[in-house]
Design a protein around this ligand. Sequence first.
Ligand code: GDP
Length: 445
Amino acid sequence: MFDSLSDRLGSVFDKLRGRGALNEADVREAMREVRIALLEADVALPVVRRFIDSVTEQAVGQSVLKSVTPGQQVVKIVNDALVEMLGGDDVPGLDLAAAPPVVIMMVGLQGSGKTTTTAKLAKLLKEKHGKKAMMASLDVNRPAAQEQLKVLGEQVDVATLPIIAGQQPVDIATRALQAAKLQAIDVLLLDTAGRLHVDQQLMDEMQAVAAISTPKEVLLVVDSLTGQDAVNVAQSFTAQVPLTGVVLTRMDGDARGGAALSMRAVTGKPIKFAGTGEKLDALEVFQPSRVAGRILGMGDVVSIVERAAAAIEEEEAERMAARMAKGQFDMNDLRQQLRQMQKMGGLGALAGMMPGMKKAKQAMEQSGMDDRVLLRMDAIIGSMTPKERIRPDLLNAKRKIRIAKGSGVQVQDVNKLLKMHQEMERAMKQIKKMGGLAGLGKLFG
Ligand code: GDP
């Protein structure tokens, strides 16, 4: 799976691995090659652009963590961006919470693997979820499609709706629902008709079937080997049927990965399953982090960087705690806090995080501040000299004007920041008086 893309990316990172520090030229050169690799993998151009911009922005200027190499750090950034591109790790599972029979509608073009996937899914629901499933084929176009589902049903030991020759899709769906109710079926899978191309008749039929069967899930089956065509098909369907997810088939033969990598970003629909072979158990829940891991083939590197980052956060927290215990709080500490806030979800997540933060938050809200302000404050501190950061009391009018100019704000913004710092410093001193961290409880009690 994704072999050619993997190889290409691997050689890009090999070049970065030996380097001592990440400089912009190295990152840009590497990203130029990643860009080519993604385009060759048939990933949609806008998706590639967004990916490269995001990775470059994160990698350039980022200080390299202790104990990892710059190349390793870029691998981790690329890994996270891939996971993001594939839809993030909170993939919504199948939504089966409804009164039975829960209906799953399978849609897609002919030859995409729709019928096979229907049987695979029925098997999975039966074996992994303990569901009583039934399948019905509404495909009256393709000769023998209904018989094919029947045979597959026998193979996976899942009931199929008896075939009545000449019956039309909406009538078959109605009959299937009745049968499912009578037989206390948990999940009814409707294998709808495919066409060679997306056409209006097909869409009308889908809509009619959806209207009478109110499916909880409408899954579009597409062939990953068709690359951008698969994404285009998904877009056409998205416009007409309320898709809840995509199943990508033939991932086992997909060396490039373009469909998988573009699908989520282009259609907004989650990839829920991946077909990985002709056998009826070759269906996997689609997990972005696992897929990214397979593409990069560098799971070990990713976890090294994760561990290094966790260790540094811990060190930082300890350093902070030690300074708090001594009642120390300078501009570097404030900056650290501001960055932490951004990472933890901005001002909204602020209350209760740090002593003095509640007050600071109130002060910020009163003066109409929002999350952009965090960035601005960070910039103001960035315009101070190292000495000023440690001793903000040095800041006279002249210095303040210089800092305001340097960070593109007004002098009053610099003053606001200083006031906030003072408040927090005072809170730190108070904690010290109350006996360090042990006194925290009293402050919030
Ligand atoms: P439909 O016309 O969309 O219903 O397509 P079918 O379900 O009949 O599948 C067409 C062919 O694709 C069959 O030979 C399947 O075995 C094959 N197929 C389906 N899914 C996969 C998959 O994930 N991997 C591989 N290698 N073959 C698949």
